[in-house]
Design a protein around this ligand. Structure first.
Ligand code: FAD
Length: 397
């Protein structure tokens, strides 16, 4: 593995930086919304910016050109992701869902017609997806989903309930898992569908998150009739597609760069702030903690690079993705904890307070980071995967 970027790759990094300077709307930085904090205004800005990325072929850079991508190498895709996340550009989970998680699965399992339609729409920023996986009684044990899809003439009729569906209130399509054969072992009777969110029979109800924001939803499906070609891949082979999509979900490659930005902000604050007349930078404990975070973020960066490198070699990261998601979610929690300790009571102030530091983001990160180790499978599930697929330990009974 070669850790150095080529001259052309370094030049590409500069090109992205310059483009971001010119293209990210200043209003985006003023409103300063983070993960799971979308508002109507921030959503509009996000989508506008993503359409601009799409016009450049950078929204889905690794997609082939015929589907709106740039055929970009995975190393350049990594550089692009690092710059987008480090500079807090208007991209986030909703882009990852559509482009990398669902788009990645459709690229592997969709028909030519399905790829042409969905990948192109996603790559241009015209459409976005939500994920219809979890149900009230199926989370970690996802193979136990009960939502039913039954063939009826030239349609599928779907009934059931999904929960925690992020951005379902904005999404054009849902990438949905449903049971198509209830009489076989649970993993063998699931199929994957793409359903248009405007189909009659779909009801989306908001769930308000820990930040008091509407980011996820319950989705009810009552006799939702979709065409036969809503099925992606083979009937009853959906578990395999779902597992692949989850591996893509766990393969975030921009997280170390996002963390780096947070750590650098904390370091800057510590250099400037005084407490009881003394510089915070003189505090040995704080220095130790910040150094520890910087080291851990470098470790995470290597994990991200390994994933990008595996993709570049045509390999499919599996336990490697779980390892990186597990490490990054726990690291973000440590960053948030150190942040709150460094800022003291200032860290508890929200955006509306004139004494707030970092626009109140420390407190919001502290709250939102709890969810990072849950969405995409909890940290316990990631540990199980690393143990089984990575270490070859026996499957849990
Ligand atoms: C911010 C956020 C966004 C989300 N977005 C979506 C979305 O868009 N679409 C979607 O479908 N879902 C989404 N989810 C749901 C998420 O995938 C589930 O919450 C997650 O898989 C856990 O399922 P659960 O909540 O049912 O918890 P449970 O599965 O009931 O788990 C409860 C506890 O038991 C532990 N546990 C369960 N089984 C095991 C085991 N075998 N070994 C060890 N420990 C175990 C878990 O780790 C957890 O601590 C989102 C969740 C969050 C927090």
């Amino acid at each position: 593995m070669d850790f150095r970027f080529s001259e052309a790759e370094e030049a590409f990094r500069q090109e992205v930086r310059q483009w971001l300077k010119e293209t990210v709307p200043p209003r985006w930085h003023e409103i300063d919304v983070g993960l799971w904090e979308e508002t109507e205004e921030s959503w509009t800005l996000l989508r506008e910016f993503q359409r601009k990325l799409g016009q450049k072929g950078w929204l889905a850079p690794a997609y082939p050109k015929e589907y709106g991508g740039s055929d970009m190498s995975h190393v350049k895709r990594l550089i692009l992701a690092e710059e987008l996340y480090y500079h807090k550009a208007p991209v986030g989970v909703e882009m990852e869902i559509s482009v990398n998680w669902v788009g990645g699965a459709i690229s592997l399992f969709g028909t030519e017609q399905q790829k042409k339609k969905y990948l192109t729409e996603v790559a241009k920023g015209e459409s976005c997806f939500c994920l219809g996986y979890s149900e009230p009684n199926s989370g970690s044990d996802l193979a136990s989903i009960q939502t039913r899809a039954v063939e009826d003439g030239d349609s599928w009729v779907i009934n059931g309930q999904k929960i925690w569906c992020s951005y379902a209130h904005y999404a054009n399509y849902c990438w949905l898992g449903a049971r198509t054969d209830p009489n076989v072992p649970k993993h063998k009777g699931i199929s994957m569908f793409v359903i248009d969110m405007k189909t009659p029979g779909i009801t989306v109800r908001p769930l308000i998150n820990i930040l008091n924001r509407h980011s996820f939803n319950e989705v009810f499906l009552d006799d939702v009739r979709v065409p036969k070609d809503a099925l992606i891949g083979e009937k009853n082979k959906g578990w395999y597609q779902l597992a692949m999509a989850l591996d893509f979900e766990r393969s975030l490659i921009g997280t170390a760069a996002a963390n780096q930005c947070l750590i650098e902000e904390l370091i800057q604050y510590v250099k400037e702030a005084k407490r009881s007349g003394n510089s915070l930078g003189d505090d040995t404990l704080i220095k130790d903690e910040l150094a520890e975070l910087a080291v851990e973020d470098e470790v995470l960066r290597m994990m991200c690079y390994r994933i990008a490198w595996m993709y570049s070699k045509g390999l499919h990261p599996s336990y490697e993705s779980s390892m990186s998601l597990l490490f990054s979610s726990e690291l973000l929690r440590r960053i948030a904890n150190v942040g709150m300790r460094v800022l003291g009571h200032y860290g508890e102030l929200g955006q509306d307070s004139k004494c707030a530091v970092f626009n109140g983001r420390a407190m919001r990160t502290y709250l939102s980071c709890i969810s990072i180790g849950v969405g995409g499978g909890t940290n316990e599930i990631q540990r199980n995967i690393v143990a089984m697929r990575g270490l070859g330990l026996p499957r849990q009974q």
